[in-house]
Ligand binder design. Structure first.
Ligand code: AMP
Ligand code: MG
Length: 488
């Protein structure tokens, strides 16, 4: 019997949803890291996966009985411009697994060579983006944010040509699905209503089965995606995360974070912070993420509109209500989450407190993560020394602290509950850019020590672990990384 049992529901959809492809063989596959805990969750034998047969699968060198490798077709708006044909140019879906808990997961190789959607690209991945995605996506999972996962990273023994020749690697991504807003747009743009319906039925069954019982299942589906994205984007922002490339092809309908290209967690806070070298106008800046998300969801509503009603005007008016609720829905999550981080009571606090706090953090260039973590210690009865040290101007901090104390008053029970809330909302370790870069630089010399250590350290981001104290630290002025690159 095959060590992994596949059940490939996407490959059972019509042929024009994807292209059959074959992963390219690589000369010398070597396992860099395997996510044993995730393998277990998937019901896959981690020992087998780490064996030479397992690595042959993870490198695309050998397929298993039951795999049906395909590249999925999709389109998308990239930085606002419509691209009718994108698709998996650098990714190959091997198949789907049903985990012991009944959940269905895609198993996808990234960097396994060209597909019909590769356009000018080579379909390969360099070690840098592979390690970045491994570190970032696993950190997100540990932080409690819905995300695609990292099952493995494998080096290929070949060089890929970017600006320079770099060591090649393959990343195994696990996701609830890879269905994107852009997948719906792809069929809508082709006026292929039958395909649109099949895709929507597939996505409903997979992600929001309860929507199928609604009067208008496709409208209920749209509402569910909107709700999932409102929560997701708020969660990113609570952690200072900037996705960097929120094109419609990089937004899942499952509500999982996908595409860890030029993303970053910020060190010093600024609401307009951008890292991506290609985001020249700040379209996907930290504070613009809900705006970008809303815009993408409007595109989803348009793409679904042939399914919502026979009459175009009626479809439009049906979609308007859920789409219009997004900003409010987002704001609720956003505000609630920041109250949890600040330990303030949303019903008692004055409305300007949160905006004033964020403005002050930006003004004083305060490290976002350390600020909330040190504040948590103060709330728990500790001294405010460490917190004060994050500020340039003592008087600014002192005045703020007085105001915060006023906003966080309450009974003893309420205070204790708030401290617990702060402890689970304010991590001590995030994948800081300079640390991620350090891992990549080392890996270019064949050394994965820093990478393994960082991944290990980020598995419990809320726990004080003295052995990882150096990874908590904000970058020194000379260490700050201001730009990130897709690396494709
Ligand atoms: P991204 O910016 O990573 O979302 O990718 C946008 C599009 O470019 C997708 O269709 C990718 O499959 C494709 N792409 C990115 N990198 C490569 C590559 N190295 N080779 C082929 N296609 C790629
Ligand atoms: Mg993408």
């Amino acid at each position: 019997m095959s060590p992994i049992v596949f059940d490939n529901s996407y490959a059972r959809l019509p042929e024009h949803f994807y292209a059959h492809v074959h992963p390219a063989k690589v000369p010398a596959a070597e396992l860099i890291r395997l996510n044993g805990a995730l393998a277990e969750e998937l019901g896959v034998d981690a020992v087998w996966l780490g064996s030479s047969d397992g690595v042959a699968l993870l490198s695309g060198n050998e397929l298993l009985q039951g795999t049906e490798p395909i590249a999925q077709a999709y389109g998308g708006h990239q930085f606002g411009g419509w691209v009718p044909q994108l698709g998996d140019g650098r990714a190959i879906l091997l198949g789907e697994i049903i985990a012991p808990d009944g959940a269905r997961y895609d198993l996808q190789l990234k960097g396994s060579g060209r597909t019909p959607y590769s356009r000018g690209g080579d379909g390969k991945a360099a070690i840098g983006p592979v390690l970045r995605e491994y570190i970032l996506s696993e950190a997100m999972a540990a932080l409690g944010v819905p995300t695609t996962r990292a099952l493995a990273a494998v080096s290929t023994g070949e060089l890929v040509q970017r600006e320079t020749a770099l060591p090649g690697a393959i990343f195994t991504r696990v996701a609830r699905s890879h269905i994107r807003v852009g997948t719906f747009q792809y069929f809508c743009a082709r006026n292929d209503v039958a395909a649109l319906r099949q895709l929507a039925d597939h996505a409903v069954a997979r992600h929001f089965p309860e929507a199928s019982a609604a009067d208008n299942p496709y409208l209920a589906f749209l509402e569910s995606v909107i709700a999932a994205q409102a929560t997701l984007i708020a969660q990113w922002m609570h952690l200072g995360f900037i996705h960097g490339v929120m094109n419609t092809d990089n937004m899942t309908v499952s509500g999982e974070t996908i595409d860890y290209g030029p993303c970053a967690f910020m060190d010093a806070f600024h609401s307009e912070k951008v890292f991506s070298s290609i985001d020249r106008y700040g379209r996907y800046a930290w504070s613009n993420q809900p705006v970008a998300g809303h815009w993408n969801l409007m595109r989803l509503a348009e793409a679904l509109s042939p399914l919502l009603a026979d009459d175009t005007e009626e479809a439009k008016s049906l979609a308007e209500t859920p789409v219009a609720t997004f900003p409010e829905l987002f704001n609720e999550h956003f505000t609630q989450g920041f109250h949890a981080k600040l330990g303030t009571d949303p019903s008692a606090v004055d409305e300007a407190f949160l905006t004033d706090t964020l403005a002050m953090l930006a003004e004083e260039k305060v490290d976002f993560t350390l600020f909330f973590r040190h504040l948590t210690k103060v709330a728990a009865g500790g001294t405010s020394e460490n917190l004060a040290r994050l500020f340039d101007h003592e008087e600014v901090f002192d005045a703020w602290l007085v105001r915060w104390r006023e906003q966080s008053r309450g009974t003893e029970d309420a205070a204790a509950a708030r401290v617990r809330g702060m402890q689970s909302a304010n991590p001590i370790r995030i994948p800081r850019n300079h640390r991620v870069e350090e891992c990549i630089q080392q890996a270019h010399d064949g050394d994965y020590t820093a990478f393994h250590r960082l991944v290990d350290a980020l598995q419990e981001p809320y726990a004080d672990l003295p052995e990882f104290a150096d990874l908590e630290r904000a970058p020194k002025p000379g260490e700050v990384v201001c730009r990130t690159f897709c690396g494709t």
